[in-house]
Design a protein around this ligand. Structure first.
Ligand code: DX5
Ligand code: ZN
Length: 237
């Protein structure tokens, strides 16, 4: 399996979130995202406890692993990520990101376990959680995922104030070694791509804007090109 987390190519990458796809034909939906040019498949796992919604678990991920060679990017919105890390690794996730708001004792061991398995380890911050919460784990992070909606549901409105407060700050915070990537998740679409790109974002998670688009490939390409132009302008200037 491959992962591109930890490297920083110039182009913004798009992780297609299948949360609002047709889950009755999940394999086909993943192939559709791949054909449209997605760089990764983003898998939102919810336990009905950490967030007020339920989705799917490692068995579902394992079942669709073989349909694509694209990296599987798991986003665990569950209270006990430390309890399930091995299952998500065995299911074939290339990167695993969970939330810094979970009970703290499990965080460091889980990040270490993910890295020991040769995969990319990430922590996510909910909109109201400051980046300072990540500080104790800085040495173990390949991914910082900034939530720009409250986690739990696709199709919500992008929180521009959160993006303004956190994206450039995260870029600065990570600047010393530059090895960690910044993902933005929630409300990513053509109308928000400029703000996201301007913040120096490496990966945009896009769900409903892709799966509801009449032409997914055109939509994906549009979002990427807007974000890319904004990101390059920021890096250049
Ligand atoms: C929300 C999920 C997101 C969501 C993105 O809790 O983590 O990945 O599916 O969906 P859109 O792009 O519709 O906001
Ligand atoms: Zn997500």
């Amino acid at each position: 399996m491959t992962t591109d987390a930890g490297r920083r190519p110039a182009d913004v990458r798009i992780a297609a979130s299948i949360l609002d796809s047709n889950l009755g034909a999940l394999g086909d939906e993943i192939r559709r995202a791949e054909a449209a040019g997605a760089d990764r498949i983003h898998l939102d796992v919810m336990d009905g406890h950490f967030v007020p919604n339920l989705t799917f678990g490692w068995k579902t991920i394992e079942a669709v692993r073989a349909v694509t060679a694209l990296p599987f990017d798991a986003h665990l919105m569950i209270s006990e990520p430390g309890r399930w890390t091995d299952q998500f690794l065995d299911a074939g996730c290339d990167s695993i990101t969970f939330h810094v708001e979970v009970d703290a004792p499990q965080i460091r061991p889980a990040l270490e376990r993910i890295r020991d398995a040769g995969r990319a380890a990430g922590l996510s911050v909910k909109p109201k959680t400051g980046l300072a919460a990540l500080e104790p784990y800085r040495d173990l992070l390949d991914i910082v995922l900034v939530m720009t909606v409250e986690p739990g549901f696709g199709g919500q409105a992008f929180m521009a104030d959160v993006a303004d407060a956190k994206l450039a700050a995260a870029r600065d915070w990570l600047a010393p070694d530059g090895a960690c990537e910044i993902q933005v998740d929630g409300g990513g679409k053509r109308e928000t791509a400029e703000v996201i790109g301007r913040g120096g974002t490496d990966v945009i998670v896009v769900g409903s804007a892709l799966f509801r688009a009449p032409d997914m490939a055109a939509e994906l390409s549009r979002i990427r090109s807007i974000a890319d132009a904004a990101r390059r302008a920021t890096v250049a200037g």
